[in-house]
Every structure is written in C-alpha cells, then in structure tokens.
Design a protein around this ligand. Structure first.
Ligand code: B12
Ligand code: SF4
Length: 441
C-alpha cells in the first residue's frame, strides 16, 4: 500500500449479490447497505477521500477498483463476489479489508484461506478500525482486527464502541433516489411509500439477559448499544428534508428493548414526522409499549413468530410463547397497527405435527385481521449461530476451514440431521404454506 495519510483514496464496496435460483431477490437495490454507508459517512466526516460503490444499484464503469484502501462488505449472498473484487483490488496494489455480518463470524478462516488477497478483516463495527488503518496506525494496536504477520494470524482485542462516537450518519453524502425508485419497482403495492433504513441501536436485550440466544441468530453484537435520541432524530429529519421520506424502516433487532429510550424519543419528536416500520419480539408488545408506539406514529411491526409449536419455540430458545404471539397480534389489531409475520420451517425437531401447528397458528393470527404480509423461510444454519456449530459438529468439523460455504446445501444437511421430516416433505410444506399466505414483502 502507498503511504497511509489523508490524501489516500478509500473505496467502500457493496459487491453484487450472487443470484441463485429459488432466492428471493425482491429487496436487491431497495435500501443502501447501512453498515457500509455509516462507515462512509464517518470517514468523510474525518476528512478522508472516500468513494461509495454499490454494485446492486445502477451501472458501474469497469476498472473502477483503484483505491489505496479497498473496504468490501460481505454477507452470505455477496461473499463470492467480494472475493473477486478483493482479487482485483490486490492485483492493483490496494490494501484490502473485508467486513460485515458474515466476515465477523468467519474472520479467522477467511484470513487463513485468503491471506494472499485480503490484508485484514474487521470484526463488528468498521468505523473506528478503518479510520485507524487509514491513519496508518500500527495494525496490532487497532481493535477488532484479524490479519497475518509473517505467516502468523494476529487477532487484536475486541470491543464494542459507544455508537455516539460516530455522530449522525450524513444522508446527504449519497444520492438515495435510485434506491427509492427500485423499491417502488419491486413493491408496486407500496408505491406511495418513500422509505429509508436507519438504525437506533445494535444488539438484543433477550440475547444479553439470557446469554443463550435464539439458535439461528448470527448477529455478532454482544452488548446493547443505543444512539442518543437527538442524533437519531437528526438523521430522520435530514431524510425528511432531503427526500421527503414518509416511512422510517428501523433495522435494529428489537425496537422495544428500552422503553425509557423510546419515551425520550417521543419527547423530542416533531409533528408531521414519518411513520415507523420496526422489528419487535411478541413478548414486548403490551398496552404500555403500544401507547408509546402510537405516540411515535407506528405504521407496521415485523414480528418473529417462527413456529406455532410451543415445543419448537422452547427448542430454538426464542423466549416467546404462542400465547405471546396471539396476545400481541390481537392487541395490535385493536390499536389499528398492521403486522408482518415471519415463520421458519425446518426448526430443530420439526415434524409434520409441528408444521401443522404452525399452519393453525397462522390461521389464528390472521383472524385478527391486521396481517399485512408473511415471510416463510427455510431454517438457515448461518455461521456465528448455535445452529452452525451444531451442524458442523454433527458433520465432524466438515466446515471448520471453509469460508465459501455452500449455504443451500447446508440447509438440506440441517434438515437431514436435525429435523424429523424429510427434506422433500419440508419443501412441499413450505410451498403449500406460501400458497396460502399474503404476498411477502
Ligand atoms: C436490515 C436487515 C436486512 C434487510 C436488508 C436491507 C438493507 N439493504 O440494508 C432485509 C430485510 C432485506 C434483509 C434480508 C435478509 N437477511 Co438480513 N438483516 C438485516 C439486519 C436486521 C440489520 C442489518 C443492518 O443494516 N444493521 C445496521 C448496520 C449499521 O450494522 P451492520 O450491517 O452490522 O454494519 C456494521 C458492521 O457489520 C461492519 N460492516 C458492515 N459492512 C462492512 C464493510 C467493511 C469493509 C467493513 C470494514 C465493516 C463493515 O461495520 C458496520 C458499521 O458499524 C441484520 C441483523 C443485524 N443486527 O445486523 C440481518 C442480517 C444481516 N440478515 C441476515 C439474513 C440471514 C437475512 C435473510 C437471508 C433472511 C431470510 N429471509 O432468510 C434475508 C436475505 C434476503 C433474501 N430475501 O433472501 C443475517 C445475515 C447472516 C450472514 N452472516 O450473512 C443477519 C445478521 C440476521 C441474522 N439472521 O442473524 N436483512
Ligand atoms: S434472533 Fe433476534 S431475538 Fe433472537 S437473539 Fe437474535 S437478535 Fe435477539
């Protein structure tokens, strides 16, 4: 790499999603990759020359990869292409850094296998580690980094910074219009929505309190961290000023984890603010939380129902009950709030009986009349989750040294090893379910 100083050029890249048949592709290019964008905004604020390239939006001229530092975001849908971009960047002499949800779980394996084309991976938040790399700090003193030095893997100390150190994300730095256009094209039934993604916090209270997260959860945040309400609201106001957004999509894991924070937010909220779309756990929906959400201006809530079988809910350690689900959807219906429901098929010990219970539960929930959309997904044993460790153990460490994981094959391996239903029958059941549910978002 050339000298690391303020004149260097940093490129932050969201690779194209690899399209595999059977994949739901509707969301591609509808929202900017928020993590990468947050890093972009933070580095800009610190006066670095930074370029933001999203391969899933618009067309990208060839040979554009030429940064002194090239930071690439990768999740399971983009990892293959992230490697291709890393190879190209390395061949041009760039310092190549990978980060994002998948990378945070597989960091050591990635450096071990791809050390020739990737100089470092960042675990967790990329803002401060990338800033320090760009400033030319000694890599061994930069937190949350994994890299190779003289053939040896170095892993630096881990920490989760206070989110307020980053300041507000500056949404004026990129043009969000292509995302809004793509959203309208992909979701014509929601063509009146101008919706932007933001985040209020990172982490999950259930995970924190319980130290035993849901078996499929692959988030890497260990603590619960909040943006202060003023910073959060500043971001929303900016989005309203710039794009006249009418809906805020808060991607944080469970919006109702901290009701004091929500109360503070309501105090500073301005009139005519956008409607909110949020994620919540069903056991956090009660009249108190609904009153607060109504004051905030909630439009719709996404609820992780996962299964209609209490045995399965216990097995996956969801921490909710079918009673919670019924009471939440009923209360929300009484308060004129719509819900989007998510179900997972292929949970541990899933069998025909538990699937029938899920169908029945869906019918009971729909009867309240406020179900807007339903998502039905196969169970995915993603790296970083308990389920990945279980599968890998069962397969005698088959995936110990694999970074480019065969996610579709692993879904089937999971069912064959942990469910009491055949892969063929499960596929038929999910097909049947998808035929009866309202169109997924
Ligand atoms: C929002 C979201 C979505 C949105 C994405 C919209 C968008 N374009 O932003 C939608 C709804 C489309 C989505 C879909 C899916 N998602 Co999703 N999603 C999330 C969620 C809730 C939040 C992500 C986010 O924006 N966070 C806020 C930002 C600020 O944080 P961040 O992304 O972590 O970024 C930080 C670090 O990761 C790092 N970083 C990120 N990029 C980079 C790049 C570099 C170079 C560096 C150095 C660092 C770095 O720094 C960032 C800033 O601090 C996460 C859960 C979570 N808590 O992360 C799951 C999550 C990312 N999704 C996940 C999954 C599995 C899915 C689905 C497959 C679920 C499904 N239906 O089966 C689908 C895939 C799409 C499909 N249809 O097949 C998994 C990812 C697993 C993996 N390892 O790849 C997660 C982690 C949830 C989980 N199950 O555990 N998702
Ligand atoms: S899946 Fe959701 S509720 Fe479960 S531990 Fe993860 S973030 Fe928390």
């Amino acid at each position: 790499m050339k000298n690391r100083n303020f004149k260097i050029k940093i490129q932050l890249i969201n690779p194209p999603i690899t399209v595999i048949s059977g994949m739901d592709l509707k969301d591609i290019g509808c929202f900017p990759p928020l993590g990468l964008f947050s890093i972009f905004s933070f580095l800009k604020k610190n006066n670095f020359q930074v370029e933001f390239i999203d391969f899933n939006v618009g067309s990208i001229p060839k040979n554009k990869i030429n940064g002194d530092i090239v930071g690439i975001g990768a999740d399971w849908r983009t990892y293959k292409n992230a490697l291709k971009i890393a190879e190209q960047a390395k061949s041009q002499g760039s310092f190549v850094v990978l980060g994002g949800s998948l990378v945070s779980s597989l960091g050591r394996t990635i450096i071990n296998r791809r050390g020739k084309i990737i100089d470092a991976v960042i675990i967790g938040d990329g803002e401060i580690p990338l800033l320090k790399i760009a400033r030319g700090d000694n890599l061994e003193k930069i937190p949350n980094l994994i890299f190779k030095k003289q053939g040896k893997i170095i892993e630096t100390k881990k920490y989760e910074p206070d989110l307020n150190q980053y300041g507000p994300i500056d949404y004026s730095l990129i043009n969000l219009s292509p995302y809004f256009k793509n959203f309208k094209k992909s979701f014509p039934e929601n063509k009146n929505l101008v919706v932007a993604n933001v985040y209020s916090h990172k982490g999950c209270a259930w995970r924190n309190a319980n130290h035993k997260e849901c078996v499929f959860c692959s988030i890497f945040d260990k603590t619960l961290r909040y943006k202060n309400v003023k910073t959060y609201w500043r971001e929303i106001e900016q989005l309203q000023e710039l794009y006249k957004i009418n809906t805020v999509y808060d991607v944080s894991d469970s919006f109702l984890d901290n009701l004091n924070w929500l109360q503070e937010l309501i105090k500073i909220k301005t009139p005519n603010s956008p409607a909110f779309y949020i994620y919540s756990r069903t056991n956090q929906i009660n009249q108190t939380s609904i009153n607060l959400l109504t004051k905030l201006g909630i439009k719709n809530i996404y609820l992780g129902i996962e299964s209609g079988s209490q045995k399965i809910l216990n097995k996956i350690n969801k921490g909710t009950t079918t009673k919670n689900n019924l009471s939440a959807v009923k209360l929300l219906a009484e308060n004129n709030i719509e819900v989007d429901l998510s179900f997972i098929f292929g949970n541990p010990e899933e069998d025909k009986k538990s699937i029938q219970e899920t169908f029945n539960h869906f019918f009971e929930l729909s009867a309240f009349g406020n179900v807007n959309a339903v998502e039905a997904a196969f169970f995915r044993p993603l790296p970083g989750s308990k389920s990945f460790a279980l599968l890998n153990n069962k397969l005698r460490g088959k995936y110990d040294r694999v970074d480019n994981l065969p996610f579709f094959k692993m879904r089937r391996e999971w069912v064959e090893n942990f469910c009491n239903i055949s892969w063929h029958d499960l596929k038929e059941k999910i097909k049947e379910f998808k035929e009866i549910i309202p169109q997924s978002l």
